[in-house]
Design a protein around this ligand. Structure first.
Ligand code: MD3
Ligand code: FE
Length: 197
């Protein structure tokens, strides 16, 4: 697909363990919380946290980027060096300003959406999958029209740039028990982004 690059098994099992350790060390300082939908305050099935100067949050008031954790009020931890190195290696853009961390326990999903809360649209978005397999779906720049499904596995890296930057995408479901990487089971997705130019 135009604008989409996929690196299967970009991280070895040993590297996945190392990356997960760095992620969970940060999570000790910025715990996963459950965002709610703007307006109706319906809870997400996904839990989230962020690393880096800015974090994406959702609450009854809306979606936005902010420098502090909505529950602890503290600044987000730094983006792990291994992820900055990954960005450096494959993204032709200044360093990421946000690493959004999504935790999918059994039954969690993410409906089709566009990522439009960033004013920086020329930089790509980079995604790293850890843990259980996920059924990822991607379409075009409108909600209608054909979509393609892709199974994402632990260690896979996806990059979305150019015309794919505003593509509708989501996670239909995860396959519980397909990986033993995450303590307690499930999947962690890391997305690296630039937020403002
Ligand atoms: C395509 N996350 O955090 S990663 C998200 O697996 C998000 O947690 C999913 O969608 C997840 O916003 C999918 C793949 C992804 C991320 C960002 C994109 C695909 C994208 C931005 C633009 C186009
Ligand atoms: Fe998204």
């Amino acid at each position: 697909m135009p604008g989409v690059s996929l690196w299967r098994a970009r991280y070895s099992p040993q590297e996945q363990r190392g990356l997960l350790d760095a992620v969970l060390a940060n999570i000790a300082h910025a715990p996963f919380y459950r965002p709610v939908m703007p307006g109706n305050a319906k809870p997400f099935s996904v839990e989230e946290s962020n690393f880096g100067p800015l974090g994406w949050v959702s609450d009854q008031a809306g979606y936005r980027y902010q420098a502090t954790h909505p529950v602890t009020g503290k600044a987000w931890p730094a983006i792990p060096q291994a992820l900055l190195d990954l960005w450096d290696a494959i993204a032709d853009a200044p360093p990421p300003q946000c690493c959004l961390v999504n935790l999918y326990r059994e039954g969690a999903r993410m409906g089709l959406h566009q990522d439009k809360d960033e004013t920086a649209r020329t930089a790509p978005v980079l995604s790293v999958s850890l843990g259980d397999d996920a059924i990822f779906r991607i379409g075009g720049e409108t909600r209608r029209g054909p979509t393609k499904r892709l199974t994402l596995q632990s260690g896979d890296v996806l990059m979305f740039g150019g015309v794919a930057r505003l593509a509708y995408h989501g996670i239909d479901r995860i396959k519980p028990g397909s990986s033993t990487l995450i303590p307690g089971g499930g999947r962690i997705n890391l997305t690296l982004r630039r937020v403002k130019d």
